[in-house]
Design a protein around this ligand. Structure first.
Ligand SMILES: [Zn+2]
Length: 141
């Protein structure tokens, strides 16, 4: 006759394994998946391009329609970059710290920025000069 070894911590609240299911405040958050991380890195790369193209014509950042608040949030370039980096390091978005009292005329959507960048890229590819879309951009005041 041979008895199975008894788990000395069975039912004991001091079981060290119990801590695995109850991370404290200092515990790291769930890391991003590789795919999520790649998305954020791509957003950061896009952001650099958009800022380089749009900041000179008076665009201060991007406006993002918030799914939680159902209202637009305005983010300066630096704030966007900070949020994305924060997301990379912590795995937690920080979307509810938009710019204070922004002027909507100075912000465009991701879609606008992407279209603008694509337009510039196409124009450069065709070897033509000029400033595509500049007349459609938000006016600098
Ligand atoms: Zn929100």
């Amino acid at each position: 006759m041979h008895e199975e070894p008894i788990d000395p911590f069975n039912g004991d609240p001091a079981d060290p394994a119990a801590g695995l299911h109850d991370p404290g405040d200092d515990a790291p958050l769930d890391p991003l998946t590789d795919v999520e991380r790649q998305d954020v890195l791509e957003d950061l790369a896009d952001l650099e391009i958009y800022q380089a193209l749009l900041a000179p014509i008076g665009v201060r950042g991007l406006v993002i329609e918030c799914e939680d608040c159902r209202e637009p949030h305005y983010f300066d370039w630096d704030l966007l970059r900070g949020n994305l980096r924060h997301l990379l390091s912590s795995g937690r978005p920080r979307v509810h710290e938009p710019a204070y009292d922004p002027d909507p005329d100075h912000y465009v959507t991701w879609e606008y920025a992407r279209g603008y960048a694509d337009g510039v890229h196409d124009t450069l590819s065709e070897g033509t000069d000029g400033e595509p879309g500049a007349d459609e951009a938000p006016a600098d005041r």
